[in-house]
Write a protein that binds this ligand. Sequence first.
Ligand SMILES: [Zn+2]
Length: 278
Amino acid sequence: MVRIHWHWTAGNLVPSDGDRRAYHFLIDGSGAVVRGVPSIAANSGALKAGYAAHTRAANTGAIGVAVCGMAGAVESPFNAGRAPINAEQIETLIAVSRVLGQRYRIPVSRRTMLSHAEVQPTLGIAQSGKWDFTRLPSLPDLRGAHAIGDYLRARIGETVPMTEPAPPLPPQPAAPLPVPAGAKGVVNAPSTLNVRREPNVNSERIGGLPNGTRIEIIGAQAPWLQMRSPAGHVGWVHGTYVDIVDGPPATEPTTPSPLRAAAQRLRDLADELEASIA
Ligand SMILES: [Zn+2]
């Protein structure tokens, strides 16, 4: 295959059986790709029975891709008719052309990926007034077959980054965490404590916790606490209504510092002295 021709069906946003017989691929009004009836192989080399007859005298080696729509459209003065093709369809057309170009090694150029309206001026094969695409409803500032074709080719040729490194986060003010992650808490609210999706009173309420519910604190953004409920639900609650009852689980190493032990002995001694004086 050596070329891709872009068309519209001049029909409805949903392809008819006749539409499907005329093209290899169609793009319906939702932007979904619909396979046409003809095989691509039928247009390869000598035309074979059942080939896609999408472009007058220029079907050999040409893949036909049609955007569904533009029934009743008029070129001048421009009127998109009762089924205007939309921006989603054009985005799909760009993506489909990129994939087909890679699959069949068809370069992105005016002579190899072109609209039906470009066939006559570029390839010199008469097409009896075909104007798909000299206007597109979703790109009203582009007028003329080459202006639209050049735009589509530029978009198809864009290199799409596979993975883009995440931008660095802006410096965050060091917000004091009211409790360490891993702490346990108990709900102590005037009524059921609202659980929200985000640490924000306007955020969606995703549940409620009755008084006395034990929760695990897994994050904090003062005064909000991110918690996991006994049932495993995660959300944000207002820290005012949570009594912290337990510190975080011990982390390695568990051997206390000798300094800590010495300080504890001094405190015990001070307590004993205070008690004996009283
Ligand atoms: Zn056409």
